[in-house]
Design a protein around this ligand. Structure first.
Ligand SMILES: [Fe+2]
Length: 263
């Protein structure tokens, strides 16, 4: 008996809808979902009973693997703060990045629960970096493979510091080529800026030209999926294969997501 249907998204992603209402997410085997996430990168689960307590979300996510704990605990409440110290807690946009860049271990999966969807905007944007690499001209691909980027950010929230990462890396579980990239954040536009230093650019490619070219490629509709949240959505992602960001939303529009990281 089918308890749910799977609808494929464009250009990637899958929506798994519960056939009945208020079914338990726990009835969907993590092993089956892990396979779907490996294949489709993002899986949206809709029509399931919302977990009321954070502990329920944590208990479910633990079935996927050990969790990455932060200084605030296992669950990040993504919502607007009254006096935010970091841009993620404002209603502003969040440019592309991967989670855990500054952490000791990069989490494999993000597990989100949408407690309250915004009325408009506040979409999460995912970029399938394998698709970006597939579309690159051969010579540019070779250039990108030689690039290393140093990222610097003050620790204004639970993350920050100073790391150097190759732009093209291998997916730690599948070995597929992936991109690791976080967009620069201008101090004039963002509460907590991110500075990039790019090594390995050929003489005829300035950092500015590189930034604008990669931006165009990462936001190409052929490689990006915009998720419009609905109350109660669960979203599970492959944090190694994807980059993600967010569009801005109205300051008065409540938006509350919970997020757990699975290592
Ligand atoms: Fe993030």
């Amino acid at each position: 008996m089918n308890h749910f249907s799977v609808i494929l998204g464009k250009p990637f992603g899958a929506l798994l809808e519960s056939a009945g209402t208020e079914r338990e997410l726990g009835l969907v085997e993590p092993e089956m979902l892990q396979e779907l996430v490996r294949k489709h990168r993002v899986v949206v689960l809709r029509g399931f009973r919302p977990f009321e307590k954070k502990e329920e979300l944590v208990a479910y996510a633990r079935r996927w693997g050990p969790l990455l704990s932060w200084n605030f605990g296992d669950v990040l409440d993504l919502e607007v703060h009254d006096s935010p110290k970091d841009y993620v807690f404002t209603p502003g946009s969040v440019p592309y990045h991967w989670d855990g860049a500054f952490a000791e271990h990069v989490p494999t999966h993000q597990v989100f629960q949408c407690v309250k969807a915004p009325v408009a905007g506040g979409r999460t944007v995912f970029c399938d970096t394998g698709l970006v690499l597939d579309a690159l001209p051969e010579s540019l691909r070779r250039t990108w493979e030689g690039i290393k980027i140093t990222y610097r950010k003050d620790k204004t929230a639970h993350y920050g510091g100073h790391i150097t990462a190759g732009l093209v890396q291998s997916h730690p579980h599948t070995g597929e080529p992936i991109l690791r990239y976080a967009e620069p954040l201008d101090p004039d536009a963002f509460l907590s800026p991110l500075f990039l230093e790019v090594e390995g650019l050929p003489d005829d490619l300035t950092p500015e030209a590189f930034f604008s070219d990669i931006e165009k490629r990462l936001y190409d509709p052929e490689v990006a999926y915009h998720h419009t949240w609905q109350d109660g959505d669960y979203v599970i992602t492959d944090n190694h294969a994807l980059l993600h960001g967010r569009t801005a939303f109205g300051a008065g529009s409540a938006r509350h997501l919970r997020r757990v990281h699975v290592l």
